[in-house]
Design a protein around this ligand. Structure first.
Ligand code: 4AD
Ligand code: MG
Length: 433
């Protein structure tokens, strides 16, 4: 007997668990399917969870179910029962089954190589593990908005194609812009510094691009950057804002996505501790810590992944490293009046061996100093004339920071590789799919 299209209302698997004993209509994808002694056991998957469905011979659609393969899309109707032996504790006694979209032999089987999974990323994103991560990611983006909007920030948008570098030339993606040279943006930085004279407190969540030739577990060529810039704010206030920001995000995720974190096996106690204040360690103190751990490091350099791993293993809560050497950092950072070899900046690090998640600073307001620093960094002040105008017309003290959203998410979920924080990762050796 062929099954007819269900005409009733469909509910999610999660919703159906509140309907024990009642008849429901479900739809989704075949997560697993097997036949045993004339009974088909189909585990259905939708965005909310999985549910075992039992299809007995004689039920409309049974013949089609026998031919159905993993990842076909299907509809079922039936009665929900509680059964502790079933995955997640519930089962559907099917009364009807229909295929919506059949599936070919699914190319992803158990224990596939990472390469195969990456080649089939468009299909692998259906995996339960990635689905949990994507839910946490979605929550994180919502929480970023709530935090800033709750504090009177305006959301702005900044161009992705730019004419000048702000984070150094070595990581720029060049774009042929109708015959002239331009770049994919590394940060909204310079535009933000112009926009604060209009809106004062602003934020933006957008992709940033880095042509870093690094094959590390934490570099994406395209990542999502949550940046904020504040007029009239000094470095201390900037640090306070950042520790409140990160604490808010982590607590929101804990509150709203606990189940997903548990699915990933995350130790929630670590996350529960993420509350202000965060420790502030100077760059010089960080060097001392590294020295004690037997790591030799030249004063003046920025930390690489190896130093960050050692450093952050000493902490179980995010912390700041402040006042880096001037030459290790971008030209727009304000010189530290107490030690002009350093700048008023901070990187925030996630603990447990993770590493940098935010970078920020108070901004240099002096026109002459900025021109000097642009030149020292190998830039041409002519390319920055519009930006320098921000210092010529009513410059004010200001600060800001940028959060690598995937870096934070990677640590919140305690993932081994940054690529699993984003559906279609862009890394040095891959733009497909
Ligand atoms: O430290 P960065 O380069 O700082 C800036 O771009 C500043 N203009 C931000 C600001 O003050 N508005 O980048 C900021 C953050 C880093 O701390 C890191 O978390 C993340 O962006 N990030 C990356 N994330 C993933 N892949 C990459 N290749 C990244 N490069 C930086
Ligand atoms: Mg940085």
């Amino acid at each position: 007997m062929k099954a007819k299209k269900e005409t009733g209302k469909f509910i999610s698997i999660e919703e159906s668990r509140k309907n024990v004993g009642k008849k429901v209509n479900l739809r989704g994808w075949v997560y697993r399917i097997r036949e045993s002694k004339g009974i088909i056991f189909l585990v259905l998957r939708d965005s909310s969870g999985i549910m075992q469905c039992v299809i007995k011979e004689g039920i409309p659609g049974f013949g089609d179910a026998q031919k159905t393969l993993n990842e076909a899309s299907v509809e079922l109707s039936g009665r929900v029962i509680k059964d502790d032996r079933a995955p997640e504790g519930f089962e559907l006694k099917a009364e009807g089954f229909r295929v919506v979209g059949p599936a070919e032999d699914f190319p992803i089987k158990k224990d596939q190589s990472t390469e195969l999974l990456l080649d089939h990323r468009h299909l692998w994103i259906r995996s339960r593990r990635l689905t949990q991560i994507f839910k946490i990611r979605s929550e994180l983006f919502g929480a970023i908005d709530s935090f800033f909007r709750g504090r009177g920030f305006y959301e702005i948008q900044s161009p992705s194609i730019t004419s000048s570098a702000c984070e150094g030339g070595s990581t720029l993606f060049e774009v042929d812009y109708f015959g002239s040279k331009s770049y994919l943006t590394q940060s909204w930085q310079l535009y933000a510094e112009a926009m604060i004279a209009s809106l004062e407190k602003i934020y933006c969540i957008a992709p940033s691009f880095r042509a870093e030739k690094s094959r590390t577990r934490r570099h994406l060529a395209e990542y999502w950057h949550a940046e904020a810039e504040m007029a009239w704010m000094d470095m201390d206030e900037n640090l306070k804002l950042q520790e409140e920001f990160i604490s808010f995000l982590v607590q929101e995720i804990l509150k709203k996505r606990k189940k997903e974190l548990e699915f990933l096996g995350r130790d929630l106690k670590i996350l529960e501790k993420v509350k202000p204040p965060f420790e502030r360690v100077t760059y010089d103190e960080a060097l001392e810590i590294l020295k004690k751990k037997g790591i030799k490091f030249q004063w003046g350099e920025d930390f690489g992944i190896d130093e960050e791993k050692v450093l952050t293993s000493q902490f179980d809560k995010p912390f700041f490293v402040v006042n880096y050497p001037r030459k290790a950092k971008a030209f727009y950072m304000k010189v530290n009046p107490e030690n002009p070899k350093t700048v008023l900046c901070a990187d925030m690090f996630a603990p447990e061996g993770y590493g940098e998640i935010t970078g920020g600073s108070e901004r240099e307001t002096g026109l002459k100093e900025l021109v000097k620093r642009i030149k020292a960094g190998g830039g041409n002040p002519r390319d920055y004339q519009w930006y320098l105008d921000t210092r010529r017309f009513g410059s004010v003290p200001h600060s800001g920071f940028g959060l690598g959203v995937e870096r934070l998410l990677m640590w919140i979920c305690k993932l081994d590789h940054i690529r699993d924080t984003i559906a279609f990762p862009r890394t040095i050796n891959r733009v497909y799919p």
